[in-house]
Design a protein around this ligand. Sequence first.
Ligand code: BG6
Length: 512
Amino acid sequence: MSTEKTLVTLDASHGAGRAGHALPPCALVILGGAGDLSRRKLLPALYNLMLDSGLPEQFAVQAFSLEELNDESYRELAREGVQQFSRRPPDEENWAKFARMLHYFRGNLGRGQDYAAMAQRLSQLEAQFGTGGNRLFYFGIPPQFIEAAASGLGQAALVRPARPDGPFTRVVVEKPIGHDLASARAINDQLARYFDESQLFRIDHYLGKESVENLLVLRFANSFFEPLWSTRFIDHVQITVAEEEGVGTRAPYYEKAGALCDMVQSHLLQVLCLIAMEPPRSTEADAVRDAKLDVVRTLRPLSPEEVSRWVVRGQYGEGLVRGEKAKAYREEAGVDPESTTETFVALKCFVENWRWAGVPFYLRTGKRMAKRASEIGIYFNAVPRILFNSSPRPPLEPNVLLIRIQPEEGLSLRIISKVPGQQLRLNPVMVDFQYASASPEAYETLLRDVIAGDQTLFMRRDTVEASWRFVEQIVETWRDNPTDPASYAAGSWGPIEAALMIAADGRAWRTL
Ligand code: BG6
């Protein structure tokens, strides 16, 4: 399917950066700037933003990290990161331009005087690059350092209060925001001591993915979805986020988190919100975020009995991934050989409001699954068992709208059509739309939005905490009735128990 020619550009109220307006000058300070996140995601994203004119004219980066580096060796580290992880490799001319923006300061997150020394260096950069005192602090650091970093910045007078006029200070915080409701509240309290909510940008990188962002446009810029978007026409919804990778080098974190807290609490619930939310009153950040919050608050709490029937935990055992033998989770480096951490979770939940009454939302996510594929499936009600659906065996397949998040972003609609020919034979066919060009990476979109000051795609405190509240009932039930997770072979679609859970409702997971 191709796109039509008329392109609609939105006005500035839809985010300054998006509408092609000049972005404000600013300095970006990356705490943990020599770490993995920086090398893999932030620096490649910044490089690509520069290539697409998505950075302000006056812009500088100040990395703050413990490693023994200087400007020159930091630029080398950045170049290797960009070479390895950027969607476009560095070329000489552009790299030289980009490298000039990068600066390094060696400092310890726990040492107050290091922030003061960094502040001096930063003001020199601000003068040199003309960034006008606008500052972004990116917390690319583990959650246990958030308090130290926030207070270090505060005490070194690096944080300016939120004011509509004058230079801005913004802070970007990575997930995980806590490991349960109490710890999420504690982190949010720490942040609130130093920053106003309007200065806080809590990243959920799924919200920066092109097709996730497109969900709102799809729903509210097309007239034919909205009348169908309810229990009257939708039978159920499936959200799948399948990863091929195993736990990699992140065992210390993942052993404590597991798939439920690592993925469902954030990414899957955020996607669910965008599918289930009511039309927001405007495209303003808080209007959109209010509508999302309503969804999380409307999720029906699961009783212990429902948790045992509707939530499946799995853990990968040995298996074959792309024809190669893959280790079991318990044999991975840093994993307890008797670990009961789940690497897969499938669950059924309900958004208990007028629109969605009785419509199950099935969510599943896992590591070491058959392939990397994330998709939302909207399953419409079957047509009545009359006319074309009166006798066929098996019955006609219902219409499905598939929204592919990755790897190939796009959508498909399954419709029933006649097979050409003299006989009356019916066949499901897919009407397919795929983005023609490579989309920007999520971090590019999100960094640009932070610079533009658009909080729409960032998680607000209340939503993060409401999501923890929902997830915590499940964690508590598991804690009260400890059981081993069901085993599944690496490279498969998860444990049989997940298939049985949905089969009990007369439905099946889609094979992606
Ligand atoms: C992160 C999780 O938030 O998302 C990881 O902590 C996971 O465990 C990752 O692998 C998946 O992101 P993506 O963009 O590769 O689907």
